[in-house]
Design a protein around this ligand. Structure first.
Ligand code: IDP
Ligand code: MG
Length: 140
């Protein structure tokens, strides 16, 4: 089993799509092992996306991620990192495959409904950004 991190972004929360997206993730076989709703500050969002600091969209991204609350999910599945990236689709919904979460629900490359870790190493880093080891103990 592998773990990965997803964030239901402010557009997902604002458009009342939390239930639909979580339902999709569960039907794809992801086990929710941690879940919290948080309001990110500029500092927290900026730190989470620090790898994009030099990119032209960084300020817009931080602004967007702090518009309203987000839902942070710790997910477990075989090959979870790759599987989740597949289910969410390409960053830009215009380029995402039919049936992917971003194709179905996202409005633009910036406002694209969901974040997912892009490697097992980043998944570990990102999970520990939002969850303590105590919170993610296996339930078996
Ligand atoms: P990812 O979320 O598919 O991994 P990244 O390239 O890691 O995509 O970018 C992180 C986030 O930054 C994207 O999900 C999106 O919200 C935002 N973003 C990326 N590229 C652009 C852009 O060209 N314009 C506006 N926002 C962008
Ligand atoms: Mg990324």
């Amino acid at each position: 089993m592998q773990q990965t991190l997803a964030i239901l972004k402010p557009d997902c929360v604002q458009n009342k799509l939390i239930g639909k997206v979580i339902s999709r993730l569960q039907s794809e076989g992801f086990e929710i092992i941690g879940m919290k709703m948080v309001k990110l500050t500029k500092d927290t969002a900026g730190e989470f996306y620090a790898v994009h600091k030099e990119r032209p969209f960084y300020a817009e991204l931080v602004e967007f991620m702090t518009e309203s609350r987000v839902v942070v999910l710790a997910l477990e599945k075989d090959n979870a990192v790759e599987e989740l990236r597949k289910v969410i689709g390409a960053t830009d919904p215009a380029e995402a495959e039919e049936g992917t979460v971003r194709k179905m629900f996202a409005e633009s490359k910036g406002r694209n409904i969901i974040h997912a870790s892009d490697s097992p190493e980043n998944a570990r880093i990102e999970l520990s950004f939002f969850f303590s080891a105590k919170e993610l103990i296996e339930n078996r």
